[in-house]
Write a protein that binds this ligand. Structure first.
Ligand code: HEC
Length: 236
């Protein structure tokens, strides 16, 4: 250790020691008060309180239980028209995907395959995500340009393309929305490892000295796993 490093280490120790000695001098109430003061953000004098309209513009999330759904409605037929005009250029007339743009329909029964086709129909567990996603992010490049009725119609059309809704005259609205069940919904559930995998767990998991030191029974070099450099291929 050089002299300056030793000096520095000494100084750090001195500060730590001073802190340790100082802290107990404060009563618990004083300590809490000190922490509260430390937490208070400094006033920067910037910005203003957000307007209710501004908060509403961000607060558009729709939850699985339907919370957040705006009033509105749209039919499969209306959705078909909007989809062909604003979505098909990328996603294909039937949601099959053009080129490498995302596929939105089909793929049912492929989830256990080596290359599963995860589409809105085959994979997504909740219809609310479809509504929320389209409303928030599509059409790509012109996001948040769709009215609520148009998003209901497009969601209805996606249900029809995926054969989740069979009636071509079906109309989706904020009242019947949560009655639609997605085919893969049951595959999403809360983490149940505590019960489903309990049999694999030891009651008292070993935390130290769990096994004796490993015994070396052979060396790679003696079983010729690693070719020795003299016998290895020549590199010019
Ligand atoms: C210019 C091309 C384009 C257009 C037009 C377009 N999309 Fe998309 N869409 C995309 C891309 C790219 C993604 C993937 C974005 C990502 O993963 O970040 C996507 C993703 C999606 C997804 C989610 C797919 C998934 O499985 O993750 C849905 C649903 C969707 N689009 C619906 C629509 C609808 C409805 C319209 C018409 C209103 C539309 N899109 C128009 C390019 C497009």
């Amino acid at each position: 250790m050089s002299k300056s490093v030793r000096l520095l280490a000494g100084a750090v120790l001195a500060i730590v020691a001073a802190t340790v000695v100082l802290l107990p001098l404060q009563s618990p109430a004083q300590q809490i008060a000190a922490r509260e003061t430390a937490k208070k953000p400094p006033k920067l004098g910037l910005g203003r309180v957000a307007l209710p309209e501004e908060i509403a513009a961000w607060d558009t999330d729709v939850r699985a239980d339907g919370q957040g759904l705006p009033p509105g409605k749209g039919s499969v037929k209306q959705g078909d028209e909007i989809f062909q005009a604003q979505c098909a250029a990328c996603h294909g007339e039937f949601g099959q995907g053009v080129g490498r743009w995302p596929v939105l329909a089909g793929g049912l029964d492929t989830l256990k395959a080596d290359r599963p086709d995860k589409t809105v129909g085959s994979f997504w567990p909740d219809l609310s995500t479809v509504f929320d996603y389209i409303k928030r992010a599509m059409p790509y490049g012109n996001a948040q340009s769709l009215s609520n009725d148009e998003v209901y119609a497009l969601t209805a059309y996606l249900l029809s393309m995926n054969d989740i809704v069979k009636d071509g005259n079906f109309e989706l609205n904020d009242k019947n929305f949560t009655s639609i069940k997605m085919p893969n919904a049951a595959a999403f559930f809360d983490d149940d490892r505590e019960t489903s995998e309990k049999q694999f767990w030891g009651k008292e998991p070993c935390m130290k000295n769990c096994r004796s030191a490993p015994k070396v029974t052979g060396r790679a070099i003696s079983v010729d796993v690693t070719p020795d450099s003299k016998a290895g291929p020549k590199v010019d």
